[in-house]
Design a protein around this ligand. Sequence first.
Ligand SMILES: [Zn+2]
Ligand SMILES: [Zn+2]
Length: 373
Amino acid sequence: MVTAHTWHPGTGRVVSRWPVPVALAPDELFSMWLVRAALAQGVDPLVLAGHLWPKWRVWTIDLDRGINDERMNTLARESGIDAATLRAASLLPIAVVTGLEPEAASGIWHWILALGSRNRKRRGGLQYCSLCLANDVRPYFRLHWRLAWHTCCAVHKVSLRDRCCHCQLPIEPNRLTAAAVMTSCANCKGDIRHCLALSAADAALAFQKCADQVALTGAGSYGAHRVQAKEWFHLARYFLMLLRCAVRHQDSGLGRCLAVVDPSVSRLRPPVTGLGFEMLPTLERSGFLESVGALIGAGPEQLRSAVIAESMNDTSLRQRWRSLPPHIDSLVHEIPQLVRSRKTKGNSTPAPMSRQTVLYKWARLQRKMRRAS
Ligand SMILES: [Zn+2]
Ligand SMILES: [Zn+2]
């Protein structure tokens, strides 16, 4: 049976060394499939991982960034699913399309939600749609619920959640115990399928769909200009940075300039925490992404007009970024010339008169008025 998928098709039935073979569902997230496989065998995820890879503290790291060949081959042998199929369920291929250079990658990966792991505990990083989980015959977590540009469920048109609605703690299926079901909260044992789903913001959903297309096709557009996926995501990241600068200084020229292009910028508020984008709650990311979508849709010409209208300088646009997206870099280099042409135009208006000239002209006017009367 072919099932709709976006990122990977998953597998059909599998033959496995495990007592209960567990197929990979379409778009299922690698680490969450491993949790589901453990629960299906009736063991804790910790026990299954210890059996596969003794002495490796799997659940303290972000398993979805990919694992080495040796460990992957062990898992492929045991599970009956080949290594390439399992790799396609990790976040690495998408992270590379969005600009990640694996050799240089350390710390937080751009566009991938950060787990904020401390031992096996997590501070966030995994979102869900309670309606998708409720509709699943065997509930499973989707790969795209870990992408930072995802804030909505495109199927149900609702906002994703990033916390358990019963206890407000992050979702941590990696800490579930053998008796639990996949949709249990590891903390309060509540079922997250019962969490109320709120309507998605149209603009956030539109941006999400657009970014998905860019990641899937390898190209997108800035206004009417075609750009490669890496440049598109770089541009989106640049606007995120610029928007966060603008909301920190609400009445700044930068804020006014961006609001000329997208009026909703003036309604944005700074995140409650100063954390990086990949650590922000879903709702806060959603607001910023809506504006990023509008700024990208407007294209470089509208930004250029706003820069001229608000007399922006190159420092405000650069914000000490060493590597600007090419369209922005051209605009920043153009600014000194724009300033000069403003000054030249300014010379055509009369310069302020000296006090003596004003007195002289006033005296002449009075003389004229006396003669006329
Ligand atoms: Zn859904
Ligand atoms: Zn809970």
